[in-house]
Write a protein that binds this ligand. Structure first.
Ligand SMILES: Cc1cc2nc3c(=O)[nH]c(=O)nc-3n(C[C@H](O)[C@H](O)[C@H](O)COP(=O)(O)OP(=O)(O)OC[C@H]3O[C@@H](n4cnc5c(N)ncnc54)[C@H](O)[C@@H]3O)c2cc1C
Length: 462
């Protein structure tokens, strides 16, 4: 890495957008000894993963989890020096409940897909015939070619029904995992993205789906740690700096933020897709004219409830047949030292995103109390809602053709973001992969401006 005292060798780089994609791209370029300036319009780094303080409580904008198979996200945590601030399950274990029944998706120490066999046998929402049909569909899903463009034209829901999956199996099993990872119901999701998630997460390596989460507020885990790491790597971080224009010059690029123009040799544009569409110069990407609108958005709502006593005995619980899809114990990360703070994470939340808080309270407290009998006798001390309207792009069939790769048609201009063509749905892992990819392409494409070293930049980067 460059760090202080190491002469910069590579091209001058502007990274626009300080989410996980931009942070990763900026670190990649800085570690390759490029002089980097990161422009972020908000006052913090971390993008869609952030926290705020509310009456002494640290609140994340939305519960974020990762899986053991999120190798590049975990590498970023290590690069930021915060890998010990997350908890990663030793073995996948998901307590699943409805109002009357309790189940558990716990893996055994067996190779995939046998690791989930015992859990399936005891999964209370499936009949014996459902279990047999589920296994047949899972094996068929393992064989789906996610690189075949036709796979992206099919809806996951249609594919599941064509493979004998009944509504109850889709609701209690496929959507339990799928909605949380894809941010879409099976009927609204591309088979290519769904198959990617299930193949990588559940059907290939037994330990891939062990679940991890932060033990500290997301802002400290990502934003604050990134600012320190970037500064230590020699990068300049400009927060509160909204880029309003990106212009090509005869030798490079001009980035305009707050009326100030900065000349650079190369740019990584790591902003959300509609912001990218507004900044990209004509001819940069070969996409349909309405590509950003077509990629669309899918919302996530988090319902936050503080009880006067512990009501959830596990770190999280998943719900079947309820709007309370996943409930997390936020107490340790929030700084609360009395009572329990829960967050209900509601993905694909179109139904709830515009509903007033009072209405969500009427809907979600009874749902929570059906899932958590101990909550019925507890007092609700606080109830509030966070809404992320633009949480992810809509992972619908036909999305793949709307996601550009890291290289644009214009020299020195690269794209990153969870919405770019990573093969993953919009996740932290996808964002990090996109940032790594943009930085790697930039470093290998753009010649160094004052290379006094015999070491090629591409080797420094690796
Ligand atoms: C509530 C919620 C829950 C989620 N849960 C999970 C989860 O459990 N697991 C998971 O893996 N993923 C989850 N995600 C998705 C994940 O957070 C995102 O996919 C990822 O963080 C996106 O990172 P990014 O860098 O691509 O984009 P962003 O985080 O959107 O970063 C883009 C940045 O660009 C900045 N910007 C925009 N325009 C400009 C401009 N003109 N100039 C300068 N800066 C600009 C923005 O302010 C932003 O900081 C969740 C998302 C939300 C919202």
């Amino acid at each position: 890495m460059a760090g202080t005292g190491t002469p910069a060798l590579g091209p001058r780089v502007a990274v626009i957008g300080g989410g996980l994609a931009g942070i990763t791209a900026a670190l990649g370029c800085a570690d390759a000894r490029c002089p980097v300036t990161l422009f972020e319009s908000r006052s913090w780094l971390g993008g869609l993963t952030y926290s705020f303080s509310r009456d002494g409580l640290w609140v994340d904008n939305g519960q974020h989890v990762f899986l053991r198979c999120c190798t590049r996200y975990r590498a970023l945590l290590a690069r930021l020096g915060v890998e010990n601030d997350v908890h990663l399950q030793r073995r996948l274990d998901i307590p699943v409940h409805d109002a009357d029944t309790a189940g558990r998706l716990r893996r055994l120490p067996l190779p995939a897909p046998l690791h989930l066999g015992w859990a399936l046998l005891r999964y209370p929402w499936l009949s014996a015939a459902d279990r047999a049909r589920f296994v047949r569909a899972a094996l068929a899903l393992r064989a789906v070619d996610v690189t075949d463009p036709r796979t992206d034209t099919v809806s996951f829901g249609d594919w599941l029904r064509a493979h004998g999956q009944r509504r109850a199996t889709i609701d209690s099993l496929w959507d339990l995992v799928g909605i949380a990872t894809l941010n879409a119901h099976a009927d609204d999701a591309s088979l290519a993205l769904a198959a990617t998630v299930f193949q990588i997460g559940l059907l290939t390596r037994a330990d891939a789906a062990d679940i991890g989460w932060s033990r500290i507020p997301l802002r400290r885990l990502h934003g604050d740690a990134a600012r320190s790491a970037l500064t230590a790597a020699g990068a300049t971080v400009r927060t509160g700096a909204k880029v309003t224009a990106l212009e090509r010059t005869p030798t490079g690029w001009t980035v305009v933020a707050d009326g100030i123009a900065t000349e650079v040799d190369a740019v990584v544009l790591a902003v959300p897709h509609e912001a990218a569409a507004a900044l990209l110069p004509a001819g940069a990407v070969d996409l349909p004219p309405d590509w950003a609108a077509a990629l669309g958005h899918s919302p996530i709502v988090n319902v936050h409830v503080v009880y006067d006593r512990p009501v959830l005995p596990e770190p999280f619980r998943a719900g079947v047949g309820t709007a309370a899809q996943w409930v997390f114990d936020r107490t340790p990360a929030s700084g609360l030292d009395d009572g329990q703070y829960l967050a209900i994470s509601v993905s694909a939340a179109d139904e709830f995103i515009d509903r007033p808080t009072a209405e969500l309270r009427e809907r979600f407290l009874p749902a929570l109390h059906r899932l958590l009998p101990a909550a019925r006798a507890a007092r609700v001390r606080e109830f509030f809602v966070t809404r992320e309207r633009h949480a992810t792009f809509r992972p619908a069939p036909g999305t793949a053709r709307l996601r550009p790769g890291p290289r644009t048609a214009l020299p020195g201009l690269y794209l990153a973001g969870a919405w770019t063509d990573t093969g993953w749905p919009a996740t932290m892992e996808g964002a990090v992969r996109s940032g790594e990819s943009a930085a790697a392409h930039l470093v290998s494409d753009v010649p160094a401006i004052s290379d006094n070293s015999s070491t090629p930049i591409s080797e420094v980067f690796r």
